[in-house]
Design a protein. Structure first.
Length: 194
């Protein structure tokens, strides 16, 4: 069993899956004035928590050494509640980015809700040797394959996304018409962390 609680290590051959860009939260990072204090994980994620990049166009910012202050949109399990959350996170708090076939049903459901472009790939359209999946070339190849797949789906995908986003907005306004957004939430309902 992995640290995120998913049983996705050795799936059945016919199990549904999708290619994804997966990383981890840094176990420790400097904090405070002059970086004197050491913090474990982030406010919303445990140390070493598995996270999933939700916007493949942000893959250029996954190098925390070159782009430490860039914010990326990730999906992961909350530190305490273990609920799946979508949030913005600075790349400096991440490490170990790689491409991976994802099989966990909860992760697949959330990635589908977020319109992860990997679902547009046809079976056999992308494959990368397992021993090279941590390389920048692997990330670039997956992003390029997803770009081709999305442009192939074009107008149909855009209409599906618009319809789902309108439904999500309607559901949010019906569920809580008189409540103000949380202090740490953005306009689209995502938490801001890091």
């Amino acid at each position: 069993m992995s640290t995120t609680g998913d049983f996705d290590d050795r799936p059945a051959a016919d199990a549904p899956s999708v290619w994804s860009i997966v990383g981890n939260i840094r176990p420790e990072h400097p904090s405070g004035p002059g970086g004197e204090e050491v913090r474990r994980g982030t406010r919303l994620f445990r140390p070493n928590a598995k996270i999933y990049l939700l916007n493949a166009a942000q893959s250029w910012a996954l190098d925390p050494e070159r782009h430490p202050d860039e914010r990326i949109v990730v999906l992961g399990q909350h530190r305490k509640s273990r609920q799946w959350i979508r949030c913005w996170l600075r790349s400096r708090y991440t490490t170990n980015w790689r491409i991976q076939l994802v099989y966990g049903p909860k992760v697949l459901e959330r990635l589908r809700e977020e319109f992860w472009a990997g679902f547009e790939l046809q079976k056999g359209e992308f494959h990368w040797p397992e021993e090279e999946r941590r390389s920048p070339a692997a990330l670039q190849a997956l992003c390029a394959a997803m770009d081709r797949a999305v442009s192939r789906c074009g107008e149909e995908r855009r209409k599906r996304m618009q319809a789902a986003l309108l439904k999500r907005r309607r559901d949010l306004t019906v569920a809580a018409p008189d409540t103000a957004p949380a202090e740490d939430a953005s306009d689209d309902g995502t938490a801001r962390c890091g």
